[in-house]
Design a protein. Structure first.
Length: 724
């Protein structure tokens, strides 16, 4: 353990400390709010103003600190006062100065940050410090600046204590101390006449001392507030309202300009007469900083709209009043704008949307930006679902209007979640989460440009999803997922060409679960990419085994939307192929229209990279979405899969058969092969074969089965040695 350095002029430092009249028995209550603020501001368990004596230390104020060794040799603050800046110890166990310090060994301190508190003479009296029993990293420049700001406030309180102590020794002593104070100090008598005036006060107000001595002290404030000063003095003289002296006033300089000032008052009796002294602080900049901080805390810097914090406050007030409604709007596909056009364009889009939405509502309703591309509209005194619906439609219409930025026309859409206060949330958090749940429902079930009104069932579903999410994590960790394989056959001769890999969940309680029972939860959760990668790797390894007996065997694998979000799909596919020893031409990846529409630009370049590996791409559920034809022109697909709804409609009418013939003809003209899903009856099989459909799958050929059953179904028993 290293002891604190010896301080130069230690004797004089102790003399200065003595002027404050502080000890372990007598702290300074005015410092208590400062250490309390430090605890809350830095979210630490303890803070203190620690004064450094000759061989011991003592607290002038503390919060969260119990009994501990107060020896100077082991004090962190005794080290801090030897430094000019903030001393930060992120982990005392790793610091050679403190690793064997008793306060560290006892588990009391692991993290420390302290800043010296200086007397007017420049001598270090002690330190304002924050401590934690756990290590902390990242106490950066902003944190250090905030701790120094609190230290300045603490130093002011200490200086006032020094002046008060001087006052106890007489007016002359107080006035002498005031002359040496770096703060503006003014003394006056019971008649409100100025009796002492130091250099700092002269600089603040512009008057020379000889010009104001004997003059009324209230001349230093604007005329409209002079009565406050005189009334406060009269009240103090009567002994009726000791705490009612005004503290914040508007000062008037000699040149006629005004400043915001804050008084810290002292008073004392001498020779039967009341005397007053005050430290005066110019808080003009402080007030300006407070306004800036308020704006930073409550308004979005980009759009100028209120932020989530401000919305939270207003929503709390609205719930107390009764009727209120909330609409949360999310911009569909906004990330793609940032990724493809740049963040400056994205910022401009957000600004335009913010202006439009703000123009829709009228006071006292408000629009806030509460996230990257999320906006909230709070409607006060709204309990009518029709009014709420009309406002929601106006929001969606405003978002959908074309936006032109730097000559580029941008079109976006929005999704909205709606909630009414009645029955949808007794607290602000419940109220806002109700709108979030409704937004989630709008995005997952309605597609783009949709809205959904919260119902209590959504919260129950969300709770179920959370429970399901825990089970899904366990399923991944315990290896409960399995792959089943459905055969794909060449329709011209019935030969097996490959299989589609389909995930199943062997649930420990509910046994084997089909995809419809859990895939929506997977796709909406955080595990989709992980599970998708497992499916891809497992399917590739299985295909490599089966190609030993059928060299042209191909495996088809469905992709999750989440597998595109990390922008590394091609490398993931390449790694799976390499690990399995599977050639790229043996793999076919299936994508759906919804994946493309939700993140179009991000998907396209990754699919092109996958295609360059030699892996084929298939457009799944073709024909069920409005954008399918356009997407065929832009995306490097080799196959389309006709949705089973078209296959199963073949026998219903000539019109349905005409649609299927058209789909086949379109695909062939574009040079694409076709796989038909859902073939369950021989007439369907015959029709598709006669009209040139290359491949098919469905219950007519085989249901999805485990790898072992698939082997037994399609390969002879004399190859059993290669089954695994």
């Amino acid at each position: 353990m290293r002891c604190p350095d010896v301080i130069e002029d230690e004797a004089q430092r102790l003399v200065m400390l003595g002027e404050y009249g502080l000890s372990s028995e007598m702290g300074l209550p005015s410092l208590d709010p400062i250490v309390d603020i430090a605890v809350r501001l830095f979210q630490v368990p303890a803070a203190a103003v620690n004064m450094i004596g000759s061989d011991h230390v003592f607290f002038a104020a503390s919060s969260g600190i119990g009994e501990c060794d107060m020896g100077r040799d082991i004090s962190f603050c005794a080290h801090a006062i030897t430094q000019g800046e903030v001393m930060v110890v992120e982990d005392a166990r790793l610091d050679p100065r403190f690793h064997d310090n008793p306060l560290v060994l006892d588990g009391f301190i692991r993290f420390y940050a302290g800043v010296p508190l200086l007397a007017p003479s420049g001598h270090a009296l002690g330190a304002l410090c924050i401590v934690d029993s756990e290590p902390r990293a990242g106490f950066g420049t902003d944190d250090r600046a905030r701790l120094k700001d609190l230290a300045r406030l603490a130093a002011d309180k200490l200086e006032l204590r020094r002046l008060e102590r001087s006052a106890e020794l007489g007016a002359s002593r107080f006035e002498a101390s005031a002359l040496t104070s770096p703060n503006a100090v003014i003394c006056f008598d019971a008649g409100a006449r100025i009796s002492a005036w130091n250099a700092a006060a002269e600089k603040m107000f512009g008057y020379r001392g000889e010009d104001v001595l004997g003059q009324p002290v209230d001349r230093l404030v604007i005329a409209a507030e002079r009565h406050k000063v005189l009334a406060g003095i009269a009240c103090a003289l009567a002994g009726e309202c000791a705490n009612d002296l005004p503290t914040q006033l508007t000062g008037r300089r000699q040149d006629g300009t005004d400043i915001l000032i804050e008084f810290s008052w002292s008073r004392w009796q001498e020779a039967g007469q009341m005397h007053f002294g005050t430290i005066v602080r110019d808080i003009t900049d402080q007030r300006r900083e407070q306004e800036i901080l308020f704006k930073l805390a409550n308004y979005d810097a980009l759009t100028g709209l209120p932020n989530r914090n401000f919305l939270h406050q207003r929503a709390a007030e609205a719930l107390e009043q009764g009727a209120a409604a909330l609409i949360i709007a999310d911009l569909d596909g906004f990330k793609d704008i940032n990724d493809t056009l740049g963040h400056s364009i994205g910022d401009a889009v957000l600004q335009v949307v913010g202006e439009r939405l703000n123009g829709i509502v009228a006071q006292p309703d408000l629009v806030a930006r509460i996230g990257g591309d999320e906006f909230a509209t709070l409607l006060l005194d709204c309990s009518d679902p029709r009014t709420l619906g009309a406002m929601t439609q106006a929001i969606l219409d405003a978002i959908a209007e074309p936006i032109v930025v730097d000559g580029q026309e941008i079109r976006i859409s929005g999704s909205c979640g709606l909630t009414l206060a009645q029955g949808h949330g007794d607290t602000v958090d419940a109220f806002m989460s109700s709108a979030d749940l409704a937004l989630f429902q709008a995005k997952t079930t309605g597609g783009r440009g949709r809205s959904f009104l919260f119902t209590p069932a959504l919260r129950a579903e969300a709770s179920a999803r959370r429970m399901y999410d825990v089970e899904l994590h366990n399923a991944v960790e315990q290896g409960e997922f399995e792959l089943f394989y459905q055969p794909q056959l060449r329709l011209s001769d019935g030969a097996l060409t490959g299989a589609e890999a389909l995930i199943r969940w062997r649930h420990p309680v509910r046994d084997l679960l089909a995809p419809s029972a859990f895939l929506p939860a997977v796709e909406a959760g955080a595990l989709a990419a992980t599970i998708g990668t497992w499916v891809l790797g497992t399917a590739c390894k299985q295909a490599a085994k089966w190609r030993r007996v059928q060299p042209d065997f191909r495996m088809s694998v469905n992709l999750f939307a989440a597998q595109f979000r990390a922008n590394d799909l091609a490398s993931t596919v390449a790694a799976a192929l390499a690990s399995a020893g599977l050639p790229p031409e043996a793999l076919e990846l299936e994508i759906t229209e919804n994946i493309i529409l939700d993140q179009e630009e991000r998907v396209l370049h990754q699919l092109q990279a996958v295609r360059e590996l030699g892996v084929d791409l298939s457009f799944d559920d073709f024909g069920t979405g409005y954008a399918s034809l356009n997407l065929l022109k832009a995306y490097p697909v080799s196959f389309i899969k006709i949705d089973k709804s078209f296959t199963q409609a073949i026998g219903l009418s000539e019109q349905d058969r005409a649609i299927v013939r058209s789909l086949l003809d379109l695909a062939h003209r574009l040079g694409l092969e076709v796989v038909a899903e859902g073939i369950e009856e021989e007439p369907q099989h015959r029709f598709l074969r006669e009209h040139g459909c290359e491949k098919g799958q469905g219950y007519l050929f085989g249901k999805p089965v485990s790898a072992d059953l698939f082997w037994d179904q399609f390969w002879p028993s004399d190859t059993m040695g290669q089954k695994g």
